[in-house]
Design a protein around this ligand. Structure first.
Ligand SMILES: O=C(O)CCC(=O)C(=O)O
Length: 265
């Protein structure tokens, strides 16, 4: 990011071509300290509205200690999850007219018997009708990450393959088996180490993976998922849409899905 927090033309082109991009220094030092404190609190508290995917020692927990919608129980997390700076970057990368919040999640990889996050696409888990419209995630590293503690890897151009079946993150199928012969043959995975406070954005269709954490400290990350305009609800059950009175085929909107950024005419 430049001083004005603008995504560069080169980064936009890279994202659109490859389905992911790395943006360095997304957080200032002060923001990083604050987000670490808030996310530590949010991950530990037994809130009533955020959703913990699995308990300690569970099989999913070994892949990810995950809490969905931390913002609903922690005002500090709301400040970051709705941060205009991140949403504006998503607006520029996608080229859409508006960016709506879908959900956040704290994603920690815990030390001790940690498993990699298998290769998968995100879109197949989401209750939307238009995967090709480019829903996307920001993944913000709160610790320096590399191959030893769970950095991410992406397959360039895999967002062009289209939506495949969801992968079971605990007993994973091999996503590459689902590819037609020759598809992505020349596209080798790119491993993306990050400094704390830096981030990646990835398209919901991009194949991605995270290494296991073989260190003795948690790998802490915050991911926020955004929807470009025109995304409609498919009716498929999902934790964050449950009870939200969304209608099948109608745009996703309402109090849990605020508009965060808009292109000015
Ligand atoms: O944090 C991880 O290990 C995986 C993250 C991921 O799959 C995502 O943000 O979509």
């Amino acid at each position: 990011m430049t001083a004005a927090n603008q995504v560069t033309e080169e980064q936009i082109n890279f994202y659109r071509e490859n389905g992911f991009v790395k943006l360095e220094n997304m957080l200032t030092g002060e923001e990083l300290e604050q987000l670490r404190e808030y996310l530590e609190e949010a991950m530990q508290e037994e809130g009533s509205r955020s959703v913990k995917t699995d308990q300690k020692d569970g099989t999913y927990y070994r892949v990810l200690n995950q809490k969905v919608n931390t913002w609903r129980d922690h005002g500090g997390m709301a400040k970051f999850s709705f941060h205009e700076k991140f949403a504006k970057a998503a607006l520029e990368l996608t080229g859409s007219n508006e960016i709506r919040f879908f959900h956040d999640h704290g994603l920690w990889k815990m030390p001790g018997d940690s498993k990699p996050t298998p290769w998968h696409q995100d879109t197949p888990y989401w209750p939307v009708n238009e995967p090709e419209k480019g829903m996307l995630s920001i993944w913000i590293a709160l610790d320096d990450v590399d191959e030893k503690n769970g950095c991410m890897a992406f397959v360039p151009k895999s967002h062009r393959i289209g939506k495949l079946n969801p992968i079971d993150l605990v007993n994973p199928q091999n996503i590459f088996d689902a590819l037609e012969d020759g598809k992505l043959e020349d596209s080798k995975p790119v491993i993306v180490p990050l400094k704390a406070g830096s981030c990646t954005f990835h398209n919901g269709l991009t194949f991605h993976y995270a290494h296991a954490n073989s260190t003795d400290r948690p790998r802490r990350a915050l991911a926020i998922i955004y929807m470009p305009d025109g995304i409609t609800f498919s009716g498929k059950p999902h934790t964050v849409t449950e009870g939200q009175k969304l209608e099948k085929g109608q745009p996703v909107k309402g109090p849990l899905f605020p508009l965060l950024a808009k292109r000015h005419a």
